[in-house]
Design a protein around this ligand. Structure first.
Ligand SMILES: [Zn+2]
Length: 282
């Protein structure tokens, strides 16, 4: 695959902020340790994810008039269709996040293509909306992932950490927009605690986390990039923590010229802009 950078936003916008959420629910815990399936108190964080965490996050987004993208494992969507219905009813986009949050069982191209096709079909059936993109659990993609996404009719991937700008990847089966992120913009490293390693760490205060996120937003904005937040209702959806994405939205408003699209909208715009540039060269 070849790669070209197209840092182009709609007129009047200098940068983009994608405030995305991963609704992992119980799979966040069962994928760390299958034994957690028999630990109801560990799994109860997944109940919070789908319940009060999601309520607080949806309330925050509605209060700011922001529509965004929720990445959902297909097992979660099948088990909890009403949560998907709530998200869709608020105007948000549903995208792929694997089946059960475990690594790919078979990393061959045919097996990965079959899995992604099945996940897309399932999410479209449950949500009643088109599904256009993918974030792999733990960002664990293969060299084939983005070409498979193009092949099955998707427009975006949000997995890589190689750029500050969305960019177009051209493969054998078409073009895909990569919307890159970084671990610093994922709430997991700041807010995820488990009673066994590897997620056994000290919590940080909101001011410390806000400092990192607001500094990143302002610096990426200055460079005209995309700030791709990767958030989880069971982590940042705590009643005090939900102030963190609120601070980001307030800061974006203060900066001005920060575009807040769904990832599908961002990808469509970047692909259109790339088409115009390609036609101009022809
Ligand atoms: Zn996840």
């Amino acid at each position: 695959m070849t790669r070209r950078k197209r840092p182009v936003y709609p007129a009047g916008q200098r940068s983009a902020l994608c405030l995305t959420f991963d609704l992992d629910a119980h799979t966040m815990w069962t994928s760390k340790d299958p034994g957690n399936a028999a630990r109801p108190a560990v799994l109860s964080s997944g109940d919070y994810d789908l319940g009060q965490g999601l309520d607080l996050v949806l309330g925050l987004l509605a209060g700011h008039g922001v529509r965004t993208t929720f990445f959902v494992p297909s097992d979660v969507a099948v088990a909890f269709p009403s949560a998907i219905g709530e998200i869709v009813a608020e105007g948000h986009e549903i995208a792929m996040h694997g089946t059960d949050h475990n690594p790919l069982p078979d990393r061959s191209r045919p097996a990965e293509a079959a899995l992604l096709r099945s996940v897309k079909d399932t999410l479209e059936q449950v949500s009643g909306t088109p599904v256009r993109g993918y974030r792999a659990p733990l960002y664990d993609v293969t060299e084939n992932t983005r070409d498979i996404l193009a092949e099955i009719g998707c427009t975006f991937s949000s997995n890589f950490m190689d750029s500050l700008h969305p960019y177009v990847v051209h493969g054998d089966h078409g073009a895909i927009v990569e919307v890159p992120t970084h671990w610093a913009l994922d709430d997991g490293p700041h807010l995820l605690f488990a009673n066994s390693p590897p997620n056994h760490r000290q919590f940080l205060g909101n001011d410390q986390i806000a400092r990192i996120w607001l500094d990143e937003l302002r610096a990426i904005h200055a460079l005209g990039g995309v700030t791709t937040m990767v958030l989880h209702p069971q982590l940042v959806g705590r009643p005090s923590r939900v102030e963190l994405p609120a601070r980001l939205l307030d800061a974006a408003e203060e900066l001005g010229e920060v575009w807040l699209p769904t990832m599908g909208e961002l990808a469509a715009h970047v692909l259109d802009a790339a088409d115009v540039l390609d036609r101009g060269k022809a």
